[in-house]
Design a protein around this ligand. Structure first.
Ligand code: AP5
Length: 215
């Protein structure tokens, strides 16, 4: 199974990708997570992208395409969920070429629709486990035991540097200007489906599963 989750910042792509990973045994490929791992490791690439990410702008296509090509090679046999990639028309075209060269096919592109006011609230309230990256929200999704990660039991939580009002505005603008134009690309291929990302998390999961199960 090869699926793209598409939607603006805070739409719930990461949340749903993790659930699908568990349910279907596929691999979540999040370009945002990959870039943050590069930053945390202090690599040359991490240093190069830091300021761009913190400002909420998109990292250049050539960097992203090289990054994802390597990961796709490693997980192709298991199937994967793309979360945060592609984000521009050149990235979508590069993905097509990569899949074609490997004899793979994209099954579905799922657009998660949400309204902007909700996105800002979701992003402002987001925090994640410093150890395993599990995502939480101040109001909608707190750890079951206060201060303890549900997934790994760690006690440290972090907030992202780009989850501030100025960067969020830039990220939303980048989505509107650079990412939304890839929707017609997939609509024309007949593989684009929509889910209501405003519904609660379990309902969104059920909507996505219904699409993947061909209902
Ligand atoms: P990236 O990490 O991909 O960030 P993003 O697209 O801005 O998406 P988010 O991670 O903010 O949101 P999400 O949709 O995953 O929502 P989540 O599930 O966390 O990219 C970061 C940066 O890296 C980019 O700005 C760019 O600089 C660079 N980059 C990455 N990929 C790139 C690419 N391909 N090209 C160029 N640059 C790239 O949920 C958000 C919150 O809401 C959480 O607190 C969650 O608990 C809560 N929530 C989720 N679902 C629901 C629900 N249904 N109801 C209520 N609350 C919910």
């Amino acid at each position: 199974m090869i699926v793209i989750l598409l939607g603006p910042p805070g739409a719930g792509k990461g949340t749903q990708a993790k659930r699908l990973e568990e349910k279907y045994g596929v691999v979540q490929l999040s370009t945002g997570d990959m870039l943050r791992a590069e930053r945390n490791s202090g690599s040359a690439l991490g240093r190069k992208v830091q300021a761009i990410m913190d400002a909420g702008q998109l990292v250049s296509d050539d960097v992203i395409i090289a990054l994802i090509a390597d990961r796709i090679d490693r997980v192709a046999a298991k199937g994967f969920i793309l979360d945060g990639f592609p984000r521009t028309v050149p990235q979508a075209e590069a993905l097509d070429r990569m899949l074609h060269d490997k004899g793979l096919m994209l099954d579905r592109v799922i657009e998660m629709t949400v309204d902007e006011a909700a996105l800002i609230d979701r992003i402002a309230g987001r925090f994640s486990c410093a150890n395993c990256g599990a995502s939480y929200h101040d109001r909608n999704h707190r750890p079951k035991a206060e201060g303890v990660c549900d997934v790994c039991g760690a006690h440290d939580f972090v907030r992202r540097a780009d989850d501030n009002p100025t960067a969020v505005k830039t990220r939303l603008e980048a989505y509107r200007r650079q990412t939304a134009p890839i929707l017609p690309y997939y609509r024309n291929k007949g593989i684009l489906r929509q889910v209501d990302g405003m519904a609660d998390m379990d309902t969104v999961t059920r909507q996505i599963e219904a699409i993947l199960n061909g209902q």
